[in-house]
Design a protein around this ligand. Structure first.
Ligand code: THU
Length: 130
């Protein structure tokens, strides 16, 4: 699947964002090893702290549907420049997705491209608990 398809899926998911408090709508599209795309959007809460980011929604939906191996994630926000995943999302994506390709985009174009290892270079993970 082309990167642009994954980015399009993230843009479409962004339309469902519940971002009444910040106004910042985010969409994510996670690609599994078999090519399935699982999407997510951010969902905010009046208590603010219960807000969940688009990336974690996508990953939790995918895990809950039984997916276990992932390749790439596209993340779309309306920012002019790159809107990279927050620290909490980097940790969750690393723990369940490993060294994913991360494609960032806004409403018109790609804004950045990283590996998750570049975004989270010294992770705390399950290897440290063995
Ligand atoms: N947000 C995401 O969905 N993903 C991120 O990685 C960063 C932030 C959302 C959370 C909140 O609803 C809004 O963007 C502003 O922080």
């Amino acid at each position: 699947m082309a990167d642009c398809e994954l980015v399009s899926a993230a843009r479409a998911a962004r339309a469902f964002a519940r971002a009444e408090f910040s106004g910042c709508k985010v969409g994510a599209a996670l690609e599994t090893v078999d090519g399935t795309i699982v999407t997510g959007c951010n969902i905010e809460n009046a208590t603010y702290g219960l807000t969940i980011c688009a990336e974690r929604v996508a990953m939790f939906k995918a895990l809950s549907d039984g997916h276990r191996v992932f390749r790439r994630i596209a993340i779309v926000a309306s920012t002019k420049g790159p809107a990279p995943p927050c620290g909490a999302c980097r940790q969750i994506l690393w723990e369940f997705g490993g060294d994913l390709e991360v494609v960032l985009a806004n409403l018109r174009r790609e804004t950045g491209r990283y590996t998750l290892g570049e975004l989270l270079p010294v992770p705390f993970d399950a290897r440290l608990l063995r």
